[in-house]
Write a protein that binds this ligand. Structure first.
Ligand code: MN
Length: 426
């Protein structure tokens, strides 16, 4: 296992101390002059923790091919170590989200201990009824929770209940259910029956939720089914969660909408209903592209965070589960995750900067120009020195990506794990 002392964070921060302090002091002056509370911003940034999914630590594939990088984690323990490295660098990656059965812990107590050694907790656990496992009796080819055959539905329900048990052993408090169920051809599926069967199955899962747990229902407009998905949009997800009960919430994945959907408006309404539970961050240009957060549409990301910040102010801090859900073929997965977390933190900090009182006045006065000025003024403020200061104070790196490269982390991992390894699960 990689020793976190090998990251050389002290030397990294010392070599950048002067230029960082100058940049931060300049920014802090500007923000203070504009009426912002810099210390309050710093503590809110430090408190923001993003869950890293266990499946994002290897090089993702496409339907056409996969080009693995070296040193990918070969076990759950190595995945935890990788997230530990990320968290040591940026201090904002303090949670890990597991996919069952890809990451079944054989010794939960030891796994928990290892995670806490790195300062990590276990976020939502994810069930998987979108592919068949070698040892399973029934196939999910024609659906899982919606399947016409009650025996298949029962198997899918039992799997979800088993996932909850794994999560309990690790200290998780939420189950995320994403279904590939749907149809690819008109006439294939009775929409109403598919919905009703799925609801009955979900009720059985919901009944098995421990107290204090939440069940997140994740929707997706299309793929892998290309005519209809049983949980196709936030409307159907909201219907399911309303029928299930207060422990059921909707999970928004940024890549799961039809093109040009106004995601920030969806977020606003779900929060107003108290029904937003979790978030999967990624970025996309066409569909569920699973690209690095903020890589394509950083302004949309900012507008979404504006609604999240406003919603949290209005309804009290709803404990939302923030997670990255991205995977692609090109970058070092750990560098990619550092970029994603940074993009989220930047959008969050910029959203915190928006003067909500002035914005509301502009809206009430129909001052469209001023409303835009207020939003874009925050979006165009370079808050990177603020993030760096938050990290430095929390014991992380002033520049995580640079520190990662300076410490030659990937080379160390390749020496330890080898060149031709495949991360388990993908
Ligand atoms: Mn997702």
């Amino acid at each position: 296992m990689m020793d976190l002392d090998d990251l050389g964070l002290k030397a990294h921060n010392q070599s950048r101390a002067d230029s960082h302090q100058q940049a931060f002091a300049r920014l802090a002056d500007t923000l203070t002059d504009a009426g912002a509370d810099v210390e309050a911003l710093l503590s809110r940034i430090q408190a923001f923790q993003v869950a890293i999914p266990s499946w994002a630590l290897g090089t993702g594939g496409t339907r056409f091919g996969r080009f693995p990088g070296g040193g990918e984690p070969r076990s759950l323990e190595e995945k935890i170590a990788d997230v530990g490295v990320l968290h040591a660098l940026n201090r904002n990656s303090g949670a890990i989200s597991l996919h069952i059965p890809w990451d079944i812990p054989t010794d939960p107590a030891a796994v928990r201990q290892l995670a806490s050694h790195y300062g990590l907790v276990f976020d939502a656990v994810n069930s998987n009824t979108f592919q068949d496992q070698p040892d399973q009796a029934e196939s999910y080819k024609f659906g899982s929770l919606c399947h016409a055959d009650p025996v298949v539905r029962a198997q899918a329900v039992a799997h979800n209940l088993e996932v909850i048990q794994h999560g309990l052993a690790l200290g998780s408090q939420a189950l995320t259910v994403w279904l590939a169920d749907g149809s690819s051809f008109p006439g294939q599926l009775n929409f109403r029956k598919a919905f009703a069967r799925t609801l009955e199955s979900m009720k059985e899962i919901y009944a098995g939720l421990p107290s204090g747990w939440q069940m997140f229902v994740e929707y997706k407009a299309f793929e892998p089914n290309f005519y209809s998905m049983v949980v196709q949009d936030w409307g159907s997800a909201l219907l399911f969660t309303q029928k299930l009960g207060p422990q059921a919430k909707v999970l928004v994945d940024l890549g799961h909408h039809l093109p040009n959907a106004n995601i920030e408006q969806i977020v606003a309404l779900l929060m107003a209903e108290g029904k937003l539970g979790g978030f999967h961050f990624n970025d996309s240009k066409y569909g569920d592209d699973d690209l690095t957060v903020g890589a394509i549409k950083p302004y949309q990301l900012f507008l979404i965070f504006c609604e999240l910040v406003y919603g949290m102010q209005q309804t009290g801090a709803q404990p939302l589960a923030w997670m990255i859900d991205a995977s692609h073929n090109l970058k070092d997965p750990l560098e990619d995750l550092l970029q994603s977390v940074e993009a989220m933190l930047l959008a969050y900090a910029q959203a915190l900067l928006v003067d909500q009182a002035k914005l509301e006045m502009a809206r009430e006065a129909n001052d469209v120009v001023m409303a835009q000025e207020l939003l874009q003024g925050a979006f165009r403020t370079d808050l990177r020195p603020l993030l760096a200061e938050a990290r430095r104070r929390a014991g992380g790196a002033i520049a995580p990506l640079t520190a990662f490269r300076e410490a030659k982390v990937r080379a160390q991992l390749i020496r330890e794990r080898g060149h031709k390894v495949l991360a388990t699960g993908l």
